[in-house]
Write a protein that binds this ligand. Structure first.
Ligand code: SF4
Length: 561
């Protein structure tokens, strides 16, 4: 007999970049594994809201239940989708609602969403119990289920080690992808005023390093190809002893598996423990994100960040010095006590960071969102904030829903746009003026081609230049056979064969000298020395030409024809 089919859905509106699809949702992959162990056939679907109906339609003939993950951003879409499903004739499956947004749900939400059940909290036990009861007709209450006239506790689980590991292949229409999310803890010890975790999460529940490492190894063994591990909790670095164990284990795993990794870091903590950053990079960390939020001390203090702009600056300096390829950071526009003055300070601060670390930073901005349970949403006036649209009906994080004492909603829009223009102009200028070290550009391409990490400068600048893309594509496809001019040593600079990189159609011949054009036309058939002889050029003149051609990403070099 076939097992009952369950579809777990994480959906968002069509937002720029669709990063939520790339990262996926570890929670529903974990629940899929649990349901599987409990005798169901479960799949996890992550996709845009308009595709949800199509996906459900494909599974409908056998579908036993659809379970929606609901957060602050997708709640109106989820409510509308559930209503649509319940109103459609012939839909003979259960509809369940779960996810972090259920924390603040009340009886009123039973009607608002129209699901068959709202189950509050971490669902490894309660969701299978509810579905089992539908199969057997049992009527006993399920912990966390919101029922009319009764209050329901949000379920927090303590010991995660007893639940099955997430199943990557439970993803609907599963195809191998580089990114693999891993969570090392639930909850957060910090209490940032704007953050859902900060306002709502109960105590921090950390997984033992051995459990995390066992999970990584198991999932890597089941997968093929290089991987990009995405540690998605905010507390990867929170406990130095556990961090040391994790790093040791990760280093061991990297001897057997090809992967690099990302994590979130806390600037206040890392600024005091710079040696950890080096260890993390040596253990394969290629990208980290830290909360930047604002360049103004008072604002960070009001948020309760337990870090100051000075800490952020120090972490940027350390990361750059240690060679971290990418450091991401976000600034909140229109947040606590925002004025034109604070925005000027934050802009100057961000530009200074870019100046200190050309080629490393991936800076972004958000507007403040009054997430339920946060101090910003419960007490906005104490941050000089007025909520214009507390339910966020006018925004999918692309538009402000608050103003500040000094700045209106349209002014905040304009200020965000100005901030981003300053940042992008500074990045373009750094690239155009050769301020980005070539080894950083090369490493970014390696991360993109090998591990699927295309972000920051690469996405915004280098990746848009077909000549540069062709150059690094050819370099990495050659698997070490081709070299760059700056890598050649001694006699190699005479013996090597010149290889032209892009199609002639991509070369701007008007920008080349006669000798450079000749070299390019002859490329592929002669060594550097033979080319110099043929064109009656000195070795010095030939080298100078090759250096310029290489700087324009037009030539690479091979030991043979
Ligand atoms: S912003 Fe990060 S550190 Fe602060 S409360 Fe939220 S999860 Fe914790």
């Amino acid at each position: 007999m076939k097992k009952p089919l369950v579809l777990l859905v994480y959906t968002q509106r069509l937002i720029l970049g669709r990063t939520f699809e790339m990262i996926g949702n570890l929670g529903i992959l974990t629940l899929a594994a649990q349901l599987d162990a409990d005798g169901f056939e479960a799949y996890a679907y992550t996709g845009i809201a308009t595709d949800v109906f199509k996906t459900i339609e494909r599974m409908k003939p056998r579908l036993f239940a659809v379970c929606f993950y609901c957060d602050f951003d997708n709640q109106s879409a989820v409510a509308a989708i559930i209503k649509g499903l319940k109103n459609e004739a012939g839909n003979d499956f259960h509809v369940v609602l779960g996810g972090p947004q259920t924390l603040h749900m009340t009886e009123h939400d039973l009607e608002r969403f129209g699901a068959d059940a709202v189950i509050k909290g971490e669902g490894e036990e309660s969701l299978p119990a509810w579905l089992r009861a539908r199969r057997t007709g049992a009527t006993a209450a399920v912990p966390g289920e919101l029922l009319s006239g009764k209050s329901a506790e949000y379920i927090y689980l303590e010991d995660f080690s007893k639940y099955p590991l997430p199943r990557d292949d439970a993803a609907f229409d599963y195809a191998e992808r580089p990114l693999m999310s891993v969570i090392t803890a639930r909850g957060c010890p910090y209490r940032c005023a704007f953050c859902f975790e900060g306002g709502n999460s109960k105590n921090l529940r950390m997984r033992a390093a051995d459990d995390v490492l066992h999970e990584i190894e198991t999932r890597l063994r089941r997968s093929r190809g290089p991987r990009y591990l995405f540690f998605c909790d905010d507390t990867f670095t929170a406990d130095p002893k556990r961090l040391a164990e994790l790093l040791k284990g990760v280093r061991r795993l990297r001897e057997r598996h090809d992967f690099v990794w990302f994590c979130e870091g806390h600037p206040g903590f890392l600024a005091r423990r710079p040696e950890l950053i080096r260890e993390m990079i040596e253990s394969g960390m290629v990208r980290m994100q830290i909360g930047m939020e604002s360049g103004v001390d008072r604002v960070l203090q009001a948020y309760g960040k337990r870090a100051l702009p000075e800490d952020v600056k120090n972490v940027v300096d350390i990361c750059y010095g240690e060679g971290l390829p990418q450091l991401a950071g976000n600034f909140i526009i229109g947040g606590a006590f925002e004025t034109r003055r604070t925005l000027e300070t934050t802009t100057r601060f961000a530009l200074d960071l870019l100046y200190r670390a050309p080629g490393m930073l991936d800076l972004s901005t958000t507007f403040l969102m009054p997430l339920p349970g946060t101090r910003i949403s419960t007490n906005p006036e104490s941050f000089d904030i007025a909520l214009e649209d507390p339910d966020c009906l006018t925004s999918i994080e692309d538009f402000p829903v608050n103003r500040t004492r000094e700045l209106s909603v349209p002014e905040l829009c304009r200020e965000r746009s100005l901030f981003l223009t300053h940042i992008s102009n500074a990045m373009k200028e750094q690239y155009a003026n050769g301020r980005i070290p070539p080894e950083r550009i090369r490493r970014d391409f390696e991360l993109a081609f090998r591990y699927g990490i295309a972000a920051g400068y690469l996405k915004f600048l280098y990746g848009k230049d077909p000549v540069v893309v062709a150059y690094y594509r050819k370099l990495f496809d050659s698997e070490g056979l081709l070299k760059e001019w700056r890598e050649l040593e001694g006699e190699e600079k005479e013996r090597c064969f010149i290889q032209r990189v892009p199609d002639f159609s991509l070369v701007d011949f008007a920008a080349l000298s006669a000798a450079e054009t000749e070299i390019l036309l002859e490329a592929g058939s002669s060594s550097v020395k033979e080319t110099a002889r043929m064109l009656k050029l000195s070795m010095e003149a030939t080298s100078a030409c090759l250096e310029r051609l290489s700087a324009q990403h037009l030539t690479l070099f091979s030991p043979c024809r």
